[in-house]
Design a protein around this ligand. Sequence first.
Ligand code: GH3
Ligand code: MG
Ligand code: MG
Length: 527
Amino acid sequence: MNKPQTFLIESDERQIDYSTMVLLIDDQTTVAKAVQHLLVEAPDIDLHYISDPTDAIKTANGIKPTVILQDLVMPSIEGIDLLKLFRANPATAETPIIMLSSEDNPQIKSRAFAAGANDYLVKLPDKIELIARIRYHSKACLNKILRDEAFKSLQESQQQLSDTNMALISVNRRLEEAHDKLNVALRETERRVREAGRLTELVDLLQSCQTTAEAYEIAKSALPKILCVQSGALCITSASRNIVEAVSVWGDVIGTEKTFLPANCWALRRGKTHLVRDPASPMRCAHAGAGSARGHICVPLAAQGETLGVLYLECPSEPTILSGEQSEDQLEALSRHATESGERISLALANLSLRETLRVQSIRDPLTGLFNRRYMEESLERELHRASRNNHSVSVLMMDIDHFKQFNDTFGHPAGDTLLRALGDFVMKRSRGQDIACRLGGEEFALILTAASADAAYKRAELLREEVAQLVVQHNGAVLGQIYLSIGISTFSEHGSTAEQLLHAADKALYRAKKEGRNRVILAGSE
Ligand code: GH3
Ligand code: MG
Ligand code: MG
């Protein structure tokens, strides 16, 4: 027998044999043999025969026939009933069924068709007709299987397409989310870079300041922009460490007292940033205005192991800053940012204060606080240049306490110091804006009077001498003796055109005042 023709359709996971398969059910083996004989010349048709109809459904489910050839009259089951069973069985519900009958009876035929038969042949049919009918029905069956397969495959493809689409949408959404997050992060980074730039600029400016007062003014204008906080204050601890003073205040609401005790600030007490979200919180700093409707942040300012003060910030009322973050996180972020800024500002302020101290130490006399000799000499040179440009006079008063050694000998060296301080104080108070008061060393003092003629300088010196003599200085309850001064005066340009010449001339005049009996004023050149 030739090999039956087979259609092979390859699907993704299954391989289906689409050859023509006929299931013949007939109790008469002679019929089976006859049919087999008729089909010999049709190698594309595979024949499976069973004589017992009770096995029919099970066999059909196993071999999956493309055509069922079924006897109409069988001893064990009515052909029509078997036909109905086939139609009720899902695997054979649509399989073409050709009824085989020995009778060519229209009534039986119509019953068979009514029960679901597709065709009706009278035994035994002509060979050509049988083969043609089997091929016709089998082809219809195969076409249907192919259509079903194609449809199933189409549905699967559509499902895959839809899944891919969904996956693409989800990837797209995630991309958009990532893009949004990236944008937020970028804006946040830009903001931080901007703030860091401003902070660096502030620190640079602070380091270029000459005085702390100048630094506080700069901090006042720069801090609101750097910290993006509407109200706040830079508070500095006094040198004596017992009071904190708000030196730079910005914003409408000043939520802190202008001066307060260090113990009234939690940040200063604990040495770390103190954030109070709730204005009614018992953890609110005592110096922070009790009536304020907002929380506050206090950042301790410390550098080189020393407490400098505290940076006080009013919490923003609305999310005016750091958009995109929760309000709680905003305050956290602000607190972090303020702490970082505080650390850098502290260093700059500490450096500035150190420089200021060094500068003061380099130009001031530590005992009296008056300028020292070096500063006096530099200033005199400068004043002489200015005076020669403007055609002004400059006078130098060189003063020496008479018999100062006796004070020391009588009352002790500390009492002598007290006297020197008192005289320093007095000279400072009696000097005017442009005057330069200094202690040259020991009990010698000098006063540079700018734009003062020799005559005016003489009058000032006389007045000073008389007033000093009225001074009552006490040390440890004991009243020290009267202070008498000898004063020598020289004037630019009468007695010299350089600082050296003028100082020498004043010195000479002073020497003469001593020589002539002390407690007097001598003008240079009058010798
Ligand atoms: P004369 O009227 O001639 O100026 O006499 P005098 O005693 O004031 O002058 P003298 O130069 O003999 O003595 C100056 C004294 O001043 C000697 C020194 O011990 C004292 N002296 C210098 N510097 C200080 C200081 O910083 N504190 C104290 N208490 N005494 C000082
Ligand atoms: Mg003296
Ligand atoms: Mg002296």
